[in-house]
Design a binder for this molecule. Structure first.
Ligand code: URA
Ligand code: SF4
Length: 194
């Protein structure tokens, strides 16, 4: 099956998914967006209000910051793929529950398998701890490891993981933007080394 067809199938599965309670309040699930040939996969946490309304990832305030960061390393959304751990919005944007993550990450796993990115950038603690667990890397606090480059040997070959802070932190912490910008340059560095 072509990647396009795989993603169409995935989208219809997610649209009809009732595997955790979050389906009850969703207006639109958010599968993800971008290029299926992307070298970089960004993984956020979960849709917020604007994402739920539009069915697209990172279209609110955190999205504006993500766009700015991408631009700082000369990337556009269409060059990368952007997904989330959860595909439906948690009420009041509360943290994802372990049970919701367990129910939903089969979809993200499929996205990773089909896109086979060279580089996975995890945005925030939830995405980082999920990916670290999946690839058997010891997870320490995001504050200790953000901007570090982790090399993986997977069945698809070499992959890199770079954890960074969630862009939303820059909406309430003015110093965070500086750190995010620096970490985004690590992404550029890692790509050029390959
Ligand atoms: N925050 C996320 O983690 N994901 C989105 O899609 C939007 C905001
Ligand atoms: Fe299904 Fe994921 Fe939505 Fe829960 S969050 S209903 S598991 S698509």
């Amino acid at each position: 099956m072509s990647v396009e067809k795989e993603f169409e199938k995935l989208f219809s599965l997610v649209k009809n998914c009732k595997d955790c309670d979050l389906w009850k309040n969703r207006q639109n699930p958010v599968l993800g967006e971008g290029s299926f040939n992307a070298k970089i996969l960004f993984i956020g946490e979960a849709p917020g209000l604007n994402e739920d309304i539009q069915g697209r990832p990172f279209v609110g305030r955190a999205g504006k910051i993500l766009d700015e960061m991408l631009e700082s390393i000369n990337l556009k959304r269409k060059d990368v793929y952007i997904a989330n751990i959860l595909k439906c919005r948690p009420p009041e944007n509360r943290n994802p529950l372990k049970s919701e993550i367990n129910s939903c990450t089969k979809y993200l796993d499929k996205q990773i398998e089909k896109i086979q990115p060279e580089l996975i950038v995890t945005l925030g603690s939830f995405a980082t701890s999920y990916i670290f667990e999946k690839f058997n890397i010891k997870f320490e606090k995001i504050g200790m490891i953000h901007g570090n480059i982790f090399n993986l040997n997977t069945i698809f070959g070499k992959q890199i993981v770079i954890p960074i802070y969630h862009p939303a932190v820059a909406t309430y912490n003015p110093n965070a933007k500086e750190i995010l910008l620096k970490d985004f340059h690590k992404i550029e560095e890692a790509l050029h080394k390959k």
